[in-house]
Design a protein around this ligand. Structure first.
Ligand code: AKG
Ligand code: FE2
Length: 479
């Protein structure tokens, strides 16, 4: 293995990357003479969520929305027309930016007329607006730069109905509604901690800190178009965010030691980066250091300065998972449910820790109380991911009680919501093996390994079943 670059070297690399991004942004979106000043449009704005942002460093979690259109219907229609024409001319709509239920998009790199239009509106109108909304992130409007932009299309009939919860990899996100007026039902931007779903009218603008977790809410009919612009500030290199992104990538690659050092650097740069504390908690947990993990989760929890119930919960849920005794973990999960009774994640955690506590007490997991807790979790699930997780966890509790057939049916229900999780395929495979359905078990292991070829535990289990079935080469022939 090569020695990883030092933190200092990476800090210097951040400065260079930032300078290059700002330079590219100015080339793509040059300031123009004709910039239209916001003053002429007289928009009023309202906060859909507030919090943070008072200090220099806190991530503002506010979501702001204009009450009136900022852009004309004609301007919006011209953007849609250029995107549709460009897609029709060859490249099509792309669905690679997000993995699941992807809305489709066309990069602004392919849309010169839209870029020229955005350039004008950016410097004259949007930058002052954002600077007023987020003074801590963008004290000086002229520092605003567009890192990346897309016209995004949600199309009901193509199954492209939503974007799952995510963060954008920038400082500020601008979201312009390009259509509306009954063209779709549902939709809008769902920022996790916000009191309501933000749906702007045609030509209206929504903006939020890119670090705030958010989703494109599912449409239930029709077609929805938005323009999203991911922005940075020329005056802010954002070492914290960059270290955080690197740390998360290192953790995902299993390089836990480097991930830990990198996440600590992120926190050193910006102690209010709650996500860095969470991820450090996850890394320390994976390193088998539960008490240090606990300290990180506690640190994340102590940052609950208006940062939203779900972030709070994520830490509580993580904390519950590193507490040595099921009963203590259960008490923490109960806190999460009390903090937000509508959170599916908290309900899932409650059901999981309830079943573990039950097992610790009476030797069996899946009593009526536990099953009711899983029912409640399933009912609250808003996304397929949450539905799949609640069923997955229920399947595991049932399996722990030796209720194999019931467990199998929950694994299958989980897969019907989301078939992309290797562990669920593997759990189903184990059930099938226990039930004597060996060939189906092998097929299920093959699916699991297709999704997670590097998972040693699944591979070992699969190979054991293959050996038992007299097919020792079953997985080897599949690499
Ligand atoms: O649909 C929305 O309003 C959210 C879009 C979004 O989050 C994105 O494109 O990154
Ligand atoms: Fe986004």
């Amino acid at each position: 293995a090569t020695t990883p670059p030092s933190l200092g070297a990476r800090r210097a690399a951040h400065v260079q990357a930032h300078a290059k991004q700002c330079q590219d942004a100015l080339a793509l979106y040059p300031p123009t003479e004709s910039a239209r000043a916001l003053g002429t449009t007289r928009v009023t704005t309202r906060a859909i969520a507030t919090g943070g942002g008072g200090g220099d460093r806190g991530v503002p979690v506010g979501v702001l929305s204009t009450n009136e259109p900022v852009f004309s219907r004609d301007a919006c229609e011209a953007v849609i027309a250029e995107a549709e024409a460009e897609a029709a001319a060859g490249g099509g709509w792309s669905t690679t930016r997000h993995s699941r239920h992807p809305a489709a998009d066309v990069s602004l790199e392919r849309l010169p007329r839209t870029r020229a239009w955005l350039s004008t509106e950016l410097h004259g109108c949007l930058a002052p607006l954002l600077s007023t909304w987020f003074p801590a992130l963008l004290p000086e409007p002229s520092a605003l730069r567009v890192l990346d932009g897309f016209v995004v299309r949600y199309l009901w009939e193509a199954g492209q109905i939503e974007l799952p919860t995510h963060r954008d990899g920038s400082l500020l996100t601008i979201n312009i509604a390009l259509n509306g007026d009954g063209a779709f039902d549902g939709g809008g931007t769902l920022v996790e901690h916000a009191a309501e779903r933000a749906v702007a009218q045609t030509g209206g603008v929504i903006a939020h800190a890119s670090a705030a977790r958010h989703a494109g809410a599912p449409i239930r009919r029709g077609v929805r178009y938005i323009l999203v612009a991911f922005c940075i500030s020329a005056a802010n290199v954002e070492h914290g965010r960059r270290f955080l992104e690197e740390g998360v990538a290192l953790a995902a690659a299993g390089r836990l030691g480097e991930a830990e050092a990198t996440l600590r650097a992120a926190i050193g740069d910006d102690p209010s980066l709650q996500a860095a504390h969470f991820n450090l908690g996850h890394v320390l947990r994976a390193k088998g250091q539960p008490s240090r993990a606990r300290a990180s989760y506690e640190a994340a929890l102590s940052l609950d300065g208006g940062l939203g119930a779900s972030r709070y919960q994520e830490a509580i849920i993580g904390l519950a998972s590193v507490l040595p005794r099921a009963a203590a973990a259960l008490a923490v999960a109960q806190r999460a449910v009390a903090a937000d009774g509508a959170s599916a994640e908290a309900r899932i955690a409650l059901a999981v820790h309830l079943s573990a506590a039950q097992r610790e007490r009476v030797g069996a997991a899946a009593g009526a109380e536990v099953l009711a807790a899983f029912d409640a979790a399933d009912e609250l699930a808003r996304t397929d991911e949450q539905r799949a997780d609640s069923r997955h966890q229920r399947a595991r509790a049932l399996f722990a009680d030796n209720l194999v057939a019931e467990s199998l049916s929950q694994f299958e229900l989980s897969l019907s919501a989301d078939a992309s999780v290797a562990q669920v395929h593997a759990g189903r495979a184990v059930c099938l093996f226990e039930l004597g359905r060996t060939d189906e078990s092998l097929a299920a292991f093959a699916k699991a390994l297709g999704l997670a070829p590097a998972d040693g535990e699944i591979r070992a289990q699969g190979e054991a079943v293959a050996a038992y079935a007299g097919k020792p080469a079953f997985f080897r022939s599949r690499q």
